[in-house]
Design a protein around this ligand. Sequence first.
Ligand SMILES: Cc1cc2nc3c(=O)[nH]c(=O)nc-3n(C[C@H](O)[C@H](O)[C@H](O)COP(=O)(O)O)c2cc1C
Length: 449
Amino acid sequence: MKRQMRLGMSMRGLGYHPAAWRHPKVPADGSLSFAHYVRNAQAAERGLFDMIFFADGIGIREKDEPRGSLARSGYEIVEMEPMTLLPALGALTRHIGLVTTASTTYNEPYHVARKFATLDLISGGRAGWNIVTSWSEAEARNFNREEHLDYDTRYERAAEFVEVVTGLWDSWEPDAFPYDKAGGLFYDESRMHVLNHVGKHFQVRGPLNVASMPQGRPILVQAGASEPGREIAAATADVVYAAQDSIPNAKAYYDDVKSRMAKYGRSPDDLKIMPGLRTVVGRTRAEAQAKFDELQSLLDPLVGLARVYNALGDLSGHDVDGPVPEPVKPPQVRSIVDQMMQRVRRDKLTIRQLYTQMTAGGFCLIGTAADIADGMEEWFDAGACDGFNILPTHLPEACEDFVEHVTPELQRRGVFRTAYEGATLRENLGLKPHVNRYVAARKRSQAAD
Ligand SMILES: Cc1cc2nc3c(=O)[nH]c(=O)nc-3n(C[C@H](O)[C@H](O)[C@H](O)COP(=O)(O)O)c2cc1C
């Protein structure tokens, strides 16, 4: 059997194109409508996706720059809180994994451990936690701070946070509950473990007051590409949501993260690396391109200008069909702006052409189902990934198009499942069962005797 791709459907809000909300087939109020999320989740399950995936922010993170742009952007403005939403979606699906983001900066580990453990119980073993450190000042201001924690502190806290959560998840061994009515014994004291964590950022006694998760513990997803991010991924993650946009970059990242795993006693197969991929599917190439062009044409100029604000400042006083002015203040990330300005000069881009191109950037495949499957296979066969996290441009259409056209094409090629293999997300991802740390330690000491 050929190596199989893993697929996630990132189904946050109305989709990943910034003009999605204006598309005629998108319900503009969908990100506040339970029925909208149900429709997308059930479509992804029909397409046999490993998981639905929710990125998340705890506040409106984009700034109103230029002034008035935010009110015209329907992107990540209002949406349902995913930890509340996912159990409900779990009740209306049977197989698909339920993964959401929870910040290590604006949560307490005990809360996170308890909620995801409960989600695993409700869903019969389909829970996954996307570990993020958060990045915006807007979030800081929603949580009693003026400023975001500095980078190193955030990552230090994240590492300890994950240690505490995974420790709490092992509080009870699988056979901790004899539920012996006749003998009167509810739990076996020798199978319950108090964590007693005392660290720099957290003091957590434990044990967790949830147990018996069908997956042993929820799946750990990591998204963050820096040095400390890679190390956390190699040490603990089951899945990485990656963000590279070319095969050489993705392969370098893939090889780097996987090569760090051996020192943690893990094999490369214990971690699935899934880059984000936007797809636009048509019955013909022309139809796919027309679909994409329609979305691009819906981009409001102010929303477009917001995308170049960081690099070029406020261009709202300029004619968007005129030339791009030279940056006036030193850019924050000079190399990116220099590269962009080289392209602007070479291709004589107008402001509108520039922001439209930037919206189309990243890893994006536009074409027939065969074109898209070709592109995906090329990455997969090059050893640049273990699968993809699909970022639908607009919902529900882009999700349903993928499921209707691309899923069968991948199946025909033998690189994607034709039925769910397992009962849990862990099994479907092809990951080893989780072994409780106290069970493992006892086995080791018995073997040594
Ligand atoms: C692909 C990807 C997805 C991310 N998703 C989220 C998210 O949903 N919510 C969030 O607050 N941060 C998210 N982050 C931000 C990370 O948690 C982290 O704060 C940021 O990437 C900076 O860390 P890094 O330098 O290690 O990448 C994401 C990052 C990446 C690369």
